[in-house]
Design a protein around this ligand. Structure first.
Ligand code: SF4
Length: 344
């Protein structure tokens, strides 16, 4: 595996609301390697977006990183000044969000907005070179009639084209890391597929590492190399894409997979949704956060949060995966044995 570019260690982020402190991220650790696409997946409220916003230090005024490290290329981003952080954002770490309309200025032609992104980090660039670079970015993200469309305004673009402009903007300074938070959720499936294909091609061309935040395991299957599954502000499972889809270890991951059409299912198998709802993060459960929805829960599950069990390069936290969990009547025993058999 290539060297790490980002190491998040025991990150804890909370924000204050009228209902009290929301413990959105409760000790999250993961690593992104150079040139890798890491998917962070989970339902709404799992803490995945707050995790990415903590990495970028783009949290609301009411939010606070309480502890932990975000080490990017050897620098702890929780410790750098706001000025340094602004320089890192846009130049070394870029982002793409779900709603391009809220990120684009409706009164300025899109070409000018992309060019400005380049100019801000290269103030001495000559106008001809700036135009050429902007045009090349439009071509890279496959905007048809690129030269003509540099002068168009955001409202003259479709949703998919606006998202391509956002990706062009994010890639303008060849960032080392791109964080994309549900960038294709609002788009129809065909456009979504085209954009994911494009992101994969650009990642290969530019060598950019990507964190892709999504609730959609179908998208993860199409794009990512490795996956972090989050629930209740915690990481529940981490694995490479093949292991996760072939042999999910955590009951929550199994539930997510059962609700995605077309993944590992025969035609007659029915889709299942996970009954129940995520925990209230103003009062997070002291045990496993998934206990109230888990078909396999035991009495210990509501009492204590399980530690991670590592199997080769993957890990998951569940009491039924612990080395001392009895094999008899244990629905995860075979899965664990299979994972151990395949672990190098
Ligand atoms: Fe289910 Fe218990 Fe495992 Fe949590 S620890 S996923 S509640 S079996």
């Amino acid at each position: 595996m290539s060297e790490p570019i980002l190491r998040v260690e025991d990150l804890q982020t909370s924000f204050m609301t009228s209902a009290g402190e929301v413990q959105a991220v409760r000790g999250v650790s993961f690593t992104v390697h150079k040139g890798e696409i890491l998917g962070i997946v989970g339902e709404s409220g799992s803490g995945k977006s707050v995790t990415s916003m903590s990495v970028l230090r783009l949290l609301a005024d009411t939010a606070r990183i309480k502890s932990g490290k975000v080490e990017f290329e050897g620098t702890d981003l929780t410790k750098v000044s706001d000025r340094q952080m602004r320089e890192i954002r846009g130049q070394k770490i870029a982002m793409v969000f779900q709603d391009p309309m809220s990120s684009l200025n409706p009164l300025i032609p899109v070409g000018k907005q992309v060019a400005e992104m380049i100019r801000v980090h290269h103030p001495d660039i000559k106008p001809d070179e700036l135009k050429e670079k902007t045009l090349q970015l439009f071509k890279d993200v496959r905007i048809p009639e690129a030269e003509k469309r540099l002068k168009a305004y955001p409202h003259e673009f479709s949703g998919g084209m606006r998202q391509r402009v956002m990706i062009a903007m994010a890639l303008a300074n060849h960032p080392d890391l791109l964080i994309a938070d549900e960038p294709t959720t609002a788009l129809d499936v065909t456009i979504q597929h085209q954009i994911l294909k494009q992101m994969r091609a650009l990642q290969q061309e530019y060598g950019t590492s990507i964190i892709f935040i999504t609730h959609d395991l179908g998208v993860v299957a199409e794009l990512c190399d490795r996956v972090v599954v989050m629930y209740g502000g915690l990481v529940m499972e981490q694995a490479n894409i093949y292991d996760l889809f072939e042999n999910p270890l955590h009951p929550y991951t199994m539930g997510l997979l059962a609700s995605v059409p077309g993944l590992n299912k025969d035609k007659n198998e029915r889709l299942q949704s996970i009954p129940g709802s995520p925990p209230d993060m103003t009062r997070p459960p002291k045990g496993c956060p998934f206990a109230s929805r888990c078909a396999y829960a035991r009495s210990i599950c509501a009492q204590e949060c399980p530690p991670f069990v590592e199997v080769g390069s993957r890990s998951a936290r569940c009491w039924l995966l612990q080395p001392d969990a009895p094999a008899e009547g244990n629905p995860l025993h075979e899965k664990l044995a299979k994972a151990k058999g395949g672990a190098g």
